[in-house]
Design a protein around this ligand. Structure first.
Ligand code: URA
Length: 186
């Protein structure tokens, strides 16, 4: 927890990439600093930027339900994003922005050291797995080794809001995560 706090302090006021120009708050991360399970999204939206907390808008409310579906709470897990500042008009962060901010994500994940990381959407999945523009549909539903952790790519909750048929596959992915962590079924 101390390492995470120091890292958060270290990036306070960050101007290392152009995303700082449009942000109100840096959205660092929330949850259990010793979580066995982490969720990584793309970058803050408007609600997250306003509050400085990841996944608190509509997509965030859906993420909370996804977490609760495997008998956990937001307090049990760790939640963060590839980039910590809101991109203009919620555009996908540029590769350059992802690389600049991603080294902080990497430090963050080293401190938390989760067993499983759920990569929410293609941006997080490609970043974490060092791939380029591979669609989630091609890599989801199986674990990918990344250092000490296993990465499960799945659809982003914002995508599920537009495409409810994606909910079934996300549930299939989450059941694998639940079973890998030995969590109880509901
Ligand atoms: N979408 C993301 O990728 N991250 C958030 O924190 C909120 C919405």
């Amino acid at each position: 927890a101390q390492g995470l706090c120091k890292l958060e302090d270290f990036i306070a006021g960050c101007t290392r990439c152009p995303l700082h120009e449009g942000r109100r708050n840096i959205v660092f991360g929330v949850g259990n600093p010793e979580a066995r399970l982490a969720f990584v999204g793309e970058g803050p939206g408007a609600d997250e930027d306003a509050q400085g907390i990841p996944f608190v808008g509509k997509a965030g409310q859906l993420l909370t339900k996804i977490i609760e579906a495997i008998n956990l709470t937001r307090e049990d897990v760790y939640i963060c994003n590839v980039v910590k500042c809101r991109p203009p008009r919620n555009r996908t962060p540029l590769i350059e922005e992802q690389r600049t901010c991603g080294r902080f994500l990497e430090r963050q994940l080293e401190f938390v050291n989760p067993e499983v990381i759920v990569a929410l959407g293609a941006t997080a999945a490609n970043y974490l797995l060092e791939m380029e523009e591979v669609p989630v549909g091609r890599i989801r539903n199986r674990f990918h080794q990344r250092g000490n952790a296993l990465v499960m790519p799945t659809y982003h909750p914002a995508y599920l809001l537009r495409t409810p048929t994606g909910k079934r596959p996300v549930w299939e992915d989450m059941k694998k995560v639940r079973d890998k962590l030995g969590l109880e079924k509901k």
